[in-house]
Design a protein around this ligand. Structure first.
Ligand code: 5AD
Ligand code: SF4
Length: 471
């Protein structure tokens, strides 16, 4: 099965182990090890799980061999993600044989879909816990410790974990993610998320602002507000008789401090409003960067995908963004080879890419997911070789666009938030500009968390290279 080619923010991340928290000096009687797969929401969920487990006396470890509890926070978005998790589980099955007391749990999106398979047929795991059931982990662990199989995959209409402060694991101390909503009501026909993560619900804005303000107090300088579809954030504050839209929430978070940068992801093109765009324009610390998944450039395919917009409508949205935010970075998700996709549809995708000229794209071959509307209604009829060659065409075009977009920035000066030391050289630092591009420059006396003005002198396909012109 084909997979994403681009190094992506989420789904192609092949799992990441969570490190113990630097500076956490508490003594824990037991240790847990967690690997997260999939989107940023999942990574953030692992931080909520860590918080719940810390309270139960479990400390995080980087080393699965010393763990009493191994957790895999899983993703179902494409078949490949599921295969990777299954392989990992068979590794842990061997570890369980060697250490019979070891508990293994599956969390997240695969839990609901595959609970019986994991527990009964494959006898791979002791616990299966869905994304809305993490509060019940303590009792599920107790149950599993007695040798019973522990399962809770119930989805909720209310759970937002608003009161749980995520334990920041694997953090750079500068940038953090804050979940503002869970679930999705959109029902794109290719997507399993509405089934694995349930109905959409928005988190209390006070708890969002409190979490972001706390992060700022602790030295963080950037928060990314996360949700499957952030623009449909909607909260009725009954106490104040006030409706909080996403734009209002953005405004509240931006007001914490001009030194706190605010980003957000993901926006559904149908939901991002002028109100949001104008709010971005008004606040310098709301980054000019929008992730606006197009999925396809063909109106016919968009209809089959139930995206609820046409090609022309999407293009107008891009125009509007450019009009209100002329220097806005734009990224996208593209699926190639969706059911019935013809060469002509594919050409439409290439031409919409030319139109939007994305700075970044996450590109995928369609992977049929059991239970989705597309799996029930349509045939996955584009041959794998065709998907592969169309994906290669899309990737090649995108490479040209990103390189052009980087080259256009040579000679410009950007405000950069420093995130750490460059991977390639100890003498260089790296950070990102407003448009989310990575910028590398000589270290001098600057530090992580500082803002600096960097003049770009050169670039590669993925990085801007420059020098600080003003601290
Ligand atoms: N096949 C391929 N890609 C998919 N995505 C979601 N479902 C599928 C699927 N069944 C992609 C979409 C979405 C991103 C998170 O993953 O592009 O925006
Ligand atoms: Fe899936 Fe569509 Fe919801 Fe995104 S908006 S999570 S693609 S159903």
């Amino acid at each position: 099965m084909l997979e994403s080619v681009q190094k992506v923010h989420d789904e192609s991340r092949q799992g990441e182990a969570i490190a113990p928290l630097a500076g956490d000096t508490r003594i824990y009687s037991k240790k847990f090890y967690i690997e997260s797969y999939g989107c940023q929401m999942n990574f953030n969920d692992s931080e909520i799980v860590a918080s719940i487990l810390n309270k139960e006396g479990f400390g995080a470890t980087r080393d699965a061999e010393e763990a009493d509890l191994v957790l895999l926070n899983t993703c179902s978005i494409r078949e490949k993600a599921e295969q990777t998790v299954r392989k990992r589980l068979s590794d842990f099955k061997k570890a369980k044989k060697a250490r019979p007391g070891l508990l293994v749990g599956v969390l997240g999106c695969m839990a609901e879909r595959l609970k019986s398979k994991f527990l009964e047929e494959e006898k791979l795991v002791d616990m299966v816990v869905g994304p809305d059931a993490y509060r019940t982990l303590p009792s599920l662990i107790q149950e599993a410790e007695t040798g019973q199989k522990a399962v809770n995959v119930l989805l909720s209409r209310e759970e937002t974990y608003a009161d749980i402060s995520p334990v920041r694991l694997n953090s750079n101390g500068v940038t953090a993610f804050v979940s503002i909503m869970r679930g999705c009501n959109n029902m794109c026909t290719f997507c399993v998320v509405p089934f694995t993560r349930g109905r959409e619900r928005s988190r209390d804005p006070h708890s969002v602002v409190e979490e972001a303000a706390d992060l700022f107090k602790n030295g963080y300088r950037e928060v990314t507000l996360l949700g499957q579809n952030v623009d449909s954030y909607y909260f009725v504050d009954e106490a104040k008789d006030e409706i909080i839209t996403f734009a209002r929430l953005l405004e509240k978070v931006a007001a914490i401090s001009p030194l706190l940068r605010v980003r957000f992801s993901t926006s559904h093109p149908k939901d991002i409003t002028d109100e949001v765009l104008f709010t971005m324009a008004r606040h310098e610390n709301i980054c000019n960067y929008i992730h606006l998944p197009v999925q396809s450039g063909s109106t016919r395919i968009l209809q089959l995908m139930n995206r609820t917009y046409t090609r022309e409508w999407y293009m107008k949205k891009v125009d509007r963004i450019r009009e209100i935010l002329p220097d806005c970075g734009l990224s996208t998700d593209i699926i190639t080879g969706f059911c019935t996709e013809t060469e002509e549809d594919h050409e439409d995708t290439l031409s919409i890419m030319e139109y939007a000229h994305y700075d970044l794209a996450y590109m995928f071959a369609y992977s049929e997911r059991p239970g989705t509307l597309a799996a029930r209604r349509y045939t996955d009829d584009v041959p794998e070789e065709v998907k592969k060659s169309r994906l290669a065409g899309i990737v090649a075009l995108h490479r040209r666009h990103t390189l052009e977009s980087m080259q256009q920035d040579v000679g410009k000066t950007f405000r950069v938030l420093i995130e750490g030391v460059s991977k390639k050289s100890e003498n260089d630092l790296f950070g990102r500009n407003d448009q989310n591009k990575v910028v590398v420059f000589p270290k001098m006396h600057y530090q992580k968390g500082d803002y600096v003005m960097v003049k770009v002198e050169d670039c590669t396909a993925g990085t801007l290279l420059g020098k600080v012109v003003e601290g």
